[in-house]
Design a protein around this ligand. Structure first.
Ligand SMILES: [Zn+2]
Ligand SMILES: [Zn+2]
Length: 360
């Protein structure tokens, strides 16, 4: 393929270029080219924009990529070119991309724990391809087929939705349990939905942003509280006679972490999925004397295990109409407007957005 393409590339701190003449890359024997339909802007994209950390400044030792790199990792599209050894796809297939490539060579990969891989590579960060582009070249093993019941754009939501499902699985939450979710940004909202689907009896959401509280209710929260106006711990412990069975923390700040602990019943679990470098102070007795368990959760299963676990489970749930996808998407924008209508809109502290889809 010799035609150059349009792509959004990260050059450095708060510097994204919309470039018209980008090399679309060549398809290796086990790669597929995907004409991108939609790519979501993720919290990790915003982090990388403000403080570049994963996109390589100098040539990446394994991929050769260096800034400017094509960004975007939550994407779906149509297969348009196949490597000679690709067997699972044909041109025209609708697909979603799993953006984390495990190495198959470390102790974790040897144990089948691909999501704990020591050397995984992120598409849209460390490779030469990403979803904020007209097309992307990715290894066949990263590609999940979308069945007829899934709209092509919905494929871009599989990745964030899988994060919420993984969090609920990590928590050990059971059908009939009461649940509280602290922080209802995009990922907290996927946890609300996943907990609802997993049979939560009652879901409390705590979120300062008014419109996100409204969306939490639409996606399955029974009670949505404002941590700056309501006594969240008291409200939850009163309503549940001592606290919820499972709390989730996606806010990444001390007060939310501690409220999550104190809103949980004795013997309950607190699952933490916020990404934060902040040190948080907590009252250890709250954990010890109440036998509460704190668990970390990150991403989801990686391929090849993702084909039997979270990614395909989400794809089937969307196909069966069990997941509300429209409510989750608050805007769709062309690639040209990715900075003003995408990144800047999401970084506004009063944002009314949840997931913005870029349509290259
Ligand atoms: Zn993401
Ligand atoms: Zn590995």
């Amino acid at each position: 393929m010799y035609i150059l393409m349009k792509a959004a590339r990260l050059y450095g701190k708060t510097d994204i270029g919309i470039d018209d003449e980008v090399d679309p890359g060549s398809v290796g024997p086990t790669d597929v080219r995907i004409d991108v339909e939609a790519c979501g802007i993720c919290g990790s994209d915003l982090h990388e924009y403000r403080e570049p950390e994963f996109t390589p400044e100098h040539e990446h030792p394994r991929t050769g990529a260096s800034r400017p790199v094509i960004i975007g990792h939550e994407f779906s599209g149509t297969v348009s070119e196949l490597g000679k050894d690709v067997s699972r796809f044909i041109v025209g297939d609708h697909v979603a991309v799993h953006p984390n490539i495990p190495c198959h060579d470390c102790v974790y990969c040897a144990d089948g724990e691909y999501n704990h891989c020591d050397n995984s590579l992120g598409i849209g960060f460390e490779t030469d391809s990403g979803g904020f582009a007209e097309s992307a070249v990715v290894p066949e093993q990263q590609v999940h087929a979308l069945p007829d019941g899934v709209e092509l754009w919905e494929g871009a939501l599989v990745e964030p939705l899988a994060v919420g499902l993984h969090a609920v699985r990590r928590s050990g939450m059971q059908a009939g349990d009461s649940v509280a979710v602290f922080g209802c940004g995009p990922i907290g909202l996927t946890a609300v939905q996943a907990a609802r689907r997993a049979g939560a009896k009652e879901i409390f959401a705590s979120e300062p942003n008014d419109s996100r509280r409204g969306i939490a209710r639409q996606l399955g929260a029974d009670v949505a509280l404002d941590p700056f106006a309501d006594d969240v711990v008291e409200t939850i412990t009163d309503a549940t006679e001592g606290g919820v069975d499972a709390a989730f923390e996606f806010a990444g700040i001390g007060p939310a972490f501690n409220s999550a602990i104190r809103s949980t019943r004795r013997g309950g679990s607190i699952t933490v999925g916020s990404i934060s470098k902040d040190e948080i102070t907590t009252d250890v007795d709250e954990l010890v004397l109440n036998e509460r368990t704190v668990t970390g959760t990150f991403c989801y299963g990686f391929p090849p295990s993702s084909f039997r676990t979270e990614f395909d489970a989400i794809i089937e749930a969307i196909a069966d109409g069990h997941i509300e996808t429209d409510t989750f998407v608050t805007d769709r924008i062309p690639l040209e407007n990715i900075v003003e209508d995408g990144y800047d809109a999401l970084l506004d502290p009063d944002t009314e957005h949840v997931k913005i889809l870029v349509e290259p």
